[in-house]
Design a protein around this ligand. Sequence first.
Ligand SMILES: Nc1ncnc2c1ncn2[C@@H]1O[C@H](COP(=O)(O)OP(=O)(O)OP(=O)(O)O)[C@@H](O)[C@H]1O
Ligand SMILES: O=P(O)(O)OC[C@H]1O[C@H](OP(=O)(O)OP(=O)(O)O)[C@H](O)[C@@H]1O
Ligand SMILES: [Mg+2]
Length: 285
Amino acid sequence: MTTLRIAVPNKGSLSVPSEQLLSDAGYRVHRSNRELMIDDSRNDVQFYFLRPRDIAVYVGSGTLDAGFTGRDLLIDADAGALEVMALGYSGSTFRFAARPGTLTGVRDLEGKRVATSYPTLVQKYLAEHGVTVRLVKLDGAVETSVRLGIADAVADVVETGTSLRNSGLEVFGDPILTSEAVLVERPDLDAESRAAFERLCRRLKGVLIARQYVLVDFDCPVEAQEAACALTPGIEAPTISPLARAGWVAIRSMVPRDRAPFVMDELWEVGARAILVTALESSRI
Ligand SMILES: Nc1ncnc2c1ncn2[C@@H]1O[C@H](COP(=O)(O)OP(=O)(O)OP(=O)(O)O)[C@@H](O)[C@H]1O
Ligand SMILES: O=P(O)(O)OC[C@H]1O[C@H](OP(=O)(O)OP(=O)(O)O)[C@H](O)[C@@H]1O
Ligand SMILES: [Mg+2]
């Protein structure tokens, strides 16, 4: 059995939720003493804890088989790692920003000084739009650069927008990118590693689906069965079981978590009773 070598962020926004996802998927990933590597031999996996920015470099070069990173970091690394699955956390947009009223679109940036810690991502976008700028490469706290006079605009990660507001800046133009945490793979996985990697993907997907859905059980008069199933089509199809009460059936189905309260109201309206919602721990769909 081959051992899959996986890169996990050692700090920053991606670190805790990546560890949580792996742990929920049954992997032993928790570091008690800031270990640099954990050998989860029961699952034939080794976890390497690396700087988020470096993960796509290790995976792109084939040194490690897979990794957890951000889509923006992946594109900025431009190292050949491939996005396989969006993971639904550490969401952000990547935007241009400047002093309010000074710039309105990407074309206004021609010849201007643009500060960023994602130079490759920004250059790629500007090249696609035929715009040439003077890039100012910074390590962080990019928003401060305009006030200090080193740049005319910034290109940076925006989550809540608080950092921009606090620096007196405003986004302009279209979003450069919508980002979230992603699972990446090396470009040349061999057949044996691929089988192990696909097992990892199934496990992660199982947890992501369990987070997105709840299980809804309810009793339903036979004459309302069709209307109830239309409200709860599930992923495949609802399960219908006989009930020890003439004229009634029991129905079980998966419902998107954020829709559950509305579906419960609508089921009640069509005559369903004893409506129960249960959280899922994991799944294999
Ligand atoms: N509020 C946020 N600030 C920074 N990055 C965020 C935020 N929300 C989501 N992200 C995503 O997290 C990744 C950046 O992680 P990284 O660890 O480099 O920066 P960080 O979370 O700001 O940590 P630090 O600056 O403390 O090192 C990117 O994919 C980015 O899109
Ligand atoms: O839209 P917001 O919710 O304000 O989040 C986005 C900001 O957070 C991050 O900065 P961080 O605090 O990590 O500092 P850094 O720029 O030095 O990494 C990021 O670089 C943005 O500046
Ligand atoms: Mg940061």
